[in-house]
Design a protein around this ligand. Structure first.
Ligand SMILES: [Zn+2]
Ligand SMILES: [Zn+2]
Length: 259
């Protein structure tokens, strides 16, 4: 049994055939999916999806691409969403200096504001960090001991950055790009990371693994990522599934009856 810890099921790519997507996921052994909010509107949809489908859990948060200085009312809305049933984390939040869609100072401010909400609600955090690991590590150092855990989604740093994130107790989530031939840095991280800190994700509809590279990604394809991780670590697919699912349940407290 696999869990896709990061998908965007509220995106238009899935609007027409979500039931078929969920069915294909189940057939591929993917029994649980965490759908990720990227704005207040998308977070509301994520919570709705989780309420409609027992295999879906939700996160709520504002992506660095949509970062803005949050006013009192927006913060209250986020806090209320964060306390909804079946919400397992705050996110995705972070810094993206690769696309740079919002001024960096505003990205940092919006991240800090949401980290305050995470501390207040006790939720773990799903981080999106791209070409901004130094600033991320600086900001997070102020919160790491208060936060209730976190996940570096689509982890793209090298082993040095991975080590520092692991030292702060965070998990590393591995996307389909690990199947690409040139993903040597990511593959090295998968080989070195401790078993109990690895998660698998699709980031669907983006980043489809080989052999679907370039196509619309979907949760069923997390199986190809699992197979690659098994190859890199020299173990069975079952072992990867068992370990990464148990890690996801732990960080997202999915067995918690409150969800
Ligand atoms: Zn992301
Ligand atoms: Zn995402």
């Amino acid at each position: 049994m696999l869990i896709d810890t990061h998908a965007h099921l509220d995106f238009p790519e899935f609007a027409q055939d979500l039931d078929a997507v969920l069915e294909r996921a189940k057939s591929a052994g993917v029994h649980e999916i965490v759908t990720i909010g990227i704005s207040l509107a998308s977070s509301e949809k994520a919570v709705e999806l989780a309420n409609m489908h027992p295999e879906i859990y939700a996160t709520v948060g504002i992506h660095p691409h949509d970062a803005l200085p949050l006013n009192e009312q927006q913060l209250r809305t986020l806090e209320t969403l964060a306390q909804a049933k079946r919400v397992v984390a705050l996110g995705e939040v972070g810094l993206d200096y690769y696309r740079d869609r919002r001024p960096r100072a505003i990205q940092r401010q919006c991240l800090r504001q949401q980290l305050e909400v995470a501390c207040k609600t006790g939720l773990p955090v799903v981080f999106h960090v791209r070409e901004a690991h130094a600033d991320f590590l600086n900001i997070i150092a102020d919160y790491a001991t208060i936060l209730n855990g976190g996940v570096l989604h689509c982890f793209s740093g090298d082993w040095g950055v991975a080590r520092r994130c692991l030292d702060m107790g965070f998990y590393l989530s591995i996307p389909g790009t690990v199947t690409f031939p040139k993903a040597e840095i990511q593959q090295e991280v998968v080989r070195q990371a401790p078993w109990d800190r690895l998660l698998l994700e699709t980031d669907a509809p983006y980043l489809a693994p080989v052999p679907y590279r370039g196509k619309v990604n979907e949760p069923a394809f997390v199986r190809y990522t699992a197979a690659k991780v098994a190859e890199l670590r020299g173990c069975s697919l079952e072992e990867v599934a068992q370990q990464t699912t148990s890690n996801a349940h732990k960080v997202f407290r999915i067995d918690n009856p409150a969800h």
